[in-house]
Write a protein that binds this ligand. Structure first.
Ligand code: AMP
Ligand code: MG
Length: 405
């Protein structure tokens, strides 16, 4: 373990992010960009909506023709949505029109069918509110977005509304940063795959699944998921070959000070590595390095330590590799519902339930880095700074909100 003062969480984050950068953008079918960051400025080359359309089922009219009620008008034209008829409203008539259909030129209002007798060839407009302005129930061309507006900028992640907007604008392909390929590596002779009975001393490799799920939630693609026994020779060869296939390797376990710490041993042979103590709890033993130029982040093996470290360091790293602009999780100041203890030397991170409606945050008292059950059902981490006077219930505390996907 490194001697000297512990590194702060922020210092370690800076070391992790270092000079990570995304792979070259790829021209991508727009419907395959959900969760990816866009790598160009995307603009619309026609207005939205593309034509002036009706917001209601009703009758397109000139308001000057319906000043006196009831007004009876002939209906010479029927305009269903999608109708390609380019028509002019004949003065003194009404055109029956459906929601989304092109409003005929010369019409300055659409009278909702509810105000009429709903006639097909001749309509009686029976009642209307007193003051009606021109443009009633008409959506002008470009009312949502005029031509040339920015639909996405470099680093914006495509979510459902942005995807829909780009599709409305007819954009079929977009330059996007590819999802980073991530290898998830679990280490330890005690680990067994699911489906085999556990021998004495064995545990299931839950971290492999935990980290793989978090990688996917962060916009990464799990390219490899492997379990390494504490065998230096095998581990060295496997890591070398994996490094050539991925953009990031995330390992759990094997970095503490004990004997049989395979990751530490492998790095001594392959590439560069630095193992440090970070002033946090859980998650003190951290490491990073490269194998064949591929970045490697080594997380401690305790499941809660691995999870907390993932949120603080690996999620931001994956989002950086994915070209995302916002790489850090959101934060909030919320009122704790329970008393919290601080530590003199390490910032504590406590899995918690943030209630953004009530502006409160709750956590259980049963913390311990091996107690992974306390993380179930949580959505955030309370960040307890070092050396605080007692934090009684009701105190405002800093909360890291876990991005949900
Ligand atoms: P280590 O960092 O290898 O010393 O492991 C610390 C603790 O985490 C030990 O109790 C390990 O058994 C446990 N652990 C390590 N890797 C995993 C894993 N992949 N899944 C579940 N527990 C693990
Ligand atoms: Mg181990």
């Amino acid at each position: 373990m490194a001697q000297g003062p512990m590194r702060s969480v922020h210092e370690h984050l800076e070391a992790v992010l270092g000079d990570l950068s995304p792979r070259a953008p790829e021209l991508t079918a727009v419907d395959e960009t959900i969760g990816l960051a866009v790598a160009e400025r995307v603009v619309n080359d026609f207005p939205l909506p593309p034509f002036t359309s009706s917001a209601m089922d009703g009758y397109a009219v000139r308001l000057s023709d319906v000043e006196v009620l009831p007004a009876t008008l002939p209906v010479p034209v029927d305009l269903p949505a999608g109708s390609a008829l380019a028509v002019r409203l004949v003065p003194g008539t009404a055109h029956r029109i459906m929601t989304g259909a092109t409003v005929p030129e010369g019409a300055d209002a659409v009278i909702p069918v509810e105000w009429t007798d709903a006639g097909a060839h001749r309509v009686v407009i029976e009642h209307m509110p007193a003051a009606i302005a021109p443009g009633l129930n008409i959506r002008p061309q470009g009312d949502d977005l005029p031509t040339g507006e920015q639909l996405a900028d470099v680093g914006d992640v495509v979510d459902a509304p942005r995807l829909a907007l780009m599709i409305s604008a007819g954009i079929s392909r977009v330059a996007a940063y590819p999802a980073p390929r991530v290898a998830v590596v679990s280490t330890g002779d005690e680990l067994y795959p699911l489906g085999k009975p556990l021998p004495p001393g064995g545990i299931y490799d839950s971290n492999g699944y935990l980290i793989a799920a978090l990688v996917a939630q962060s916009g990464g693609r799990v390219a490899r998921r492997v379990r390494l026994a504490d065998d230096q020779q095998v581990a060295t060869e496997l890591l070398q070959s994996i490094a050539s296939e991925v953009d990031l390797i995330v390992t759990t376990g094997g970095v503490s000070a004990g004997a049989y710490e395979v990751i530490r041993d492998v790095f001594a042979k392959l590439g560069t590595a630095e193992f440090t103590s970070v002033a946090m709890q859980p998650g003190k033993p951290q490491g990073l390095g490269t194998i064949g130029g591929t970045p490697v982040i080594t997380l401690p093996g305790n499941p809660l330590s691995a999870m907390v470290s993932f949120h603080l360091f690996v999620g931001p790293a994956i989002r950086t590799l994915g070209g995302q602009r916002e790489v850090m999780p959101a934060r909030a100041r919320l009122s704790t519902t329970v008393e919290l203890d601080s530590r003199p030397d390490r910032v504590r991170y406590l899995p918690a339930v943030a209630d953004l409606l009530r502006r409160t945050v709750s956590t259980t008292a049963r913390h311990g880095s091996h107690r992974s059950s306390v993380a179930v059902g949580t959505n955030s981490l309370i960040e307890v700074p070092t050396a605080q006077a007692q934090l009684v219930a009701g105190t405002e505390v800093e909360v890291v909100l876990i991005p949900a996907r």
